[in-house]
Design a protein around this ligand. Structure first.
Ligand code: MRU
Length: 322
């Protein structure tokens, strides 16, 4: 994408591993479901292997470790692995995967409803002009099936005839914003403008943004949040200009096993993602590059976390761990 929209059929756990590593699919909630489906495939394949248990364990470990930052991936693997370990038959395991999928779609819809209330309140204040929303990366239906997370409130606002406009930041180096979010919004008839990542502070300072909403890859118990590299800078600029900064994510993105963002592993990706665009060098090829795919936004910069259960201040998340 965006040149072509291709549906790829994934039939084996190895194909799933490649699809995750090479980012044929990406985005935290979708990675969770990919982990779940991949685990089902690995279990099914194991029946024809000489050492089924060894085969299965190797594959699910490979799946878990394909991408380290989004907790949803290992969450999806663990959910289905627990059904395997409980001795359920294949058909019931597949039913378990489908039920996870339905729950995640429902969760995104609820995030949309909860986040919509924020947009509606701003719209009541700003009156006739559109509500200006800034987002980063892609947290729409390509990343989370049907509604997305950060995009879900925008889709619902559109359905409710609230006038919205979205600033979509390009999201270098892989351009998920410029390629994927822009494609989604264009096709969904949502007013939007693509901006370079570097212009976000400028727009925030000049009163051009009413609210920032981004997705998340992992949220620690204290509310520190990992999301696509560049999110932290938006949160800093939002704080400096008194613009509310929200994270939208399903419960599956909250990692109650870690205290703070310090415990989140940041994925480092291949330098070629930065060096080349469609095979053409765009920076000096002999220079070393550092390609961190995510950053951590500290809880104190986050106004609220829009979940499927409601909107919480980062410090309130602990309440949800029941
Ligand atoms: O590297 P990516 O494209 O998988 O990163 C995705 C993001 O950072 C998204 O904002 C996040 O996963 C939320 S997706 C609903």
């Amino acid at each position: 994408m965006p040149e072509q929209f291709v549906i790829e059929r994934i039939k084996t756990s190895d194909q799933m591993i490649t699809a995750i590593k090479d980012m044929h699919l990406r985005g935290a909630p979708l990675l969770g479901l990919a982990g779940a489906y991949g685990t089902f495939l690995a279990f099914r394949e194991s029946f024809s292997k000489p050492e089924p248990e060894e085969y299965y364990e190797t594959k699910i470990n490979q799946l878990r470790n394909c991408r380290p930052t989004a907790v949803n991936l290992s969450w999806g693997v663990s959910k289905i692995d627990s059904l395997v370990k409980a001795g359920l038959e294949l058909a019931r395991i597949l039913a378990g995967v489908k039920s996870l999928e339905r729950n995640e779609i429902e969760a995104c819809k609820n995030i949309g409803g909860n986040g919509f209330a924020l947009i509606r309140d701003i719209s009541n204040i700003v009156g006739r002009r559109p509500v200006n929303i800034m987002t980063h990366c892609n947290a729409g239906w390509l990343a989370a099936i049907n509604y997305g997370t950060a995009s879900a409130p925008v889709f619902i606002a559109r359905d409710e005839n609230i006038d919205v406009h979205v600033w979509v930041s390009e999201t270098r180096p892989l351009n998920q914003g410029g390629k994927l979010t822009a494609w989604e919004y264009f096709n969904e008839n949502i007013s939007h403008t693509v901006i370079s990542d570097n212009s976000c502070g400028h727009l925030l300072k000049n009163g051009m943004v009413d609210i920032v909403i981004t997705g998340a890859d992992r949220i620690a118990k204290n509310g520190d949040t990992a999301n696509k590299i560049g999110t932290y800078l938006k949160a800093l600029a939002a704080k400096d200009n008194n613009v509310p900064f929200y994270i939208a994510a399903p419960m599956s993105t909250i990692d109650f096993s870690i205290k703070s963002g310090k415990d989140i592993k940041i994925e480092e990706r291949d330098e070629n993602e930065m060096k080349y665009m469609n095979g053409v060098p765009i920076i000096y090829e002999l220079s070393p590059v550092l390609n961190h795919a995510f950053d951590i936004t500290p809880a104190e910069l986050i106004t609220g976390i829009i979940t499927d259960r409601g909107i919480y201040k980062p410090g309130e998340l602990l309440r949800l761990n029941l």
